[in-house]
Write a protein that binds this ligand. Sequence first.
Ligand SMILES: *Cc1c(COP(=O)(O)O)cnc(C)c1O
Length: 368
Amino acid sequence: MMKVRTMQSLMIYNFGAGPAMLPPGILHRIREDIPNWHEGMSIMEISHRLPRTMQLLAAIEADFRNLLHVPEDFSILFMHGGARAQFSAVPLNLLNGAPSADYFVTGTWSEYAFEEAKKYTQAHCVSDAKTEQFTAIPPADTWSFSENAAYVHYTDNETINGIEFPCPPPFTGPYLVSDMTSNILTREIDFNSFGLIYASAQKNLGIAGITVVIVRKSLLGNAHPYTPSIMNYSAYHETQSMYNTPALFCWYVLGLVLEWAKERGGLTALSEDCVEKSQTIYDVIDSHPDFYQNTVQKSFRSRINVPFTLPTEELTSLFLKEANDLNLKQLKGHALVGGCRASFYNGMPMEGVWKLAELMEAFAKRHG
Ligand SMILES: *Cc1c(COP(=O)(O)O)cnc(C)c1O
């Protein structure tokens, strides 16, 4: 009893946009496994070829497939290089001789992906939300798709700007490719329209160092000849993601996060959780319209990352300091947009959100 109470009073709530806090219990489990995971060796020291390790990795893949309901005609790859590496890997592997690829630019990350793709192809912008300072996704009747695009890329949730597609963009082209780094495992995905989905782990899946790529098997095998083998999807598919030494520790942590997600109640529970968390904070923002501002159009507000501003720089600094003193950490907004930002990945417990809401209410009353 004593121990639990002590732990709770020391509880740190990390609202950082990534790396993010791990779900409860996972650090404790890692601590137990570190000295001896198998025959006196830690998971950090062990070969990925041992039967016990291979078993673990196969189980993690199966858990991922079951949790997200990934159909059998998709391969699940565990890759290096973060989501940023996918900005290059996607065109290298998927262009397959097509003259162009289509990109939605709805925030900072999709803009980076679009800029990187220009190195490899005539990347075409379907819709540019920058003119509206990334506060909304422009209506479908303004989108322009190109004739012969290999794929249509979009970023499901814009981590920096706090914009999320309510559902995948409807389109008539070949197939969708999506960066879901900041909202994977927060809602059901209908894989029918997708060719590929990628997400690096440090937001909703664990820690930095591993990136999950879910790719339609029929798209494998057509990489550009210059594609570095370490970025080639077929090389990962054919070797069960052991083309070279995998990031085993990151992979193992991902497995613990998936185990936790199953126990939590799977996608249904996780999607309810993030709506409840973000709505709690949007309600506080909207009930103090002269004090807190979130400029994203309501229908595109992210369920995961909530940027907000206060009336002045001084109040912002004071707010961040008071939050920090209450163990509500890393609420400072991204350098590009300023203000504050609260991120509600799966690892954030509801109590952290209530504490933040309480502080925001009290702070607005004191200074509003
Ligand atoms: C964080 C983030 C990235 C960058 O991921 P890295 O793993 O650091 O390369 C890309 N896209 C989105 C949507 C992100 O949130």
